[in-house]
Design a protein around this ligand. Sequence first.
Ligand code: SF4
Length: 164
Amino acid sequence: MRKIMVDLQLCMGCNSCEIACAVQHSQSGDLFEALKEPVLPGYRLRVRASYGMPFPLRCEQCEDAPCIDACKSGAMARDPETASVQIDEDKCVGGWMCVMVCPFGAVFPDMERGKAVKCDLCRGHERPACVDACPTKALSYVEPDEFAARYMRAEAAKTSTEAE
Ligand code: SF4
């Protein structure tokens, strides 16, 4: 399945991905209108820093997802069509077990609404909004194997340029 992959060498920590995510998940779908909504839209990926380097935290869509096992209300489940991990907000009771067990810290509690939120890959849209919003192309929506091959090709090209 396609996932949101990150090239950390390209991330400059501008937070454009967070904003695009929040706007995509707002009621209006518009940045300025979203700021007037009674409940501000939450973003489903977060840019954090690790050793001074920006790091976009987003759901890894684990094959063996601990959040699905931990959710006793059945709200967290695998989408049979895309194989992505999705939350049914109507079923979420805000127990935060998914938040606690996610090894990547990629499930967030929305305290205002009492619902867990995570990346849904912008379900219903062709591509996740964060990917299109990233000015440096640090984010891509691809199969992990394709991402790895592209990364290896780029590294090989860099090495051959340096050797010349
Ligand atoms: S938009 Fe791209 S460069 Fe900016 S913080 Fe997000 S991943 Fe990093």
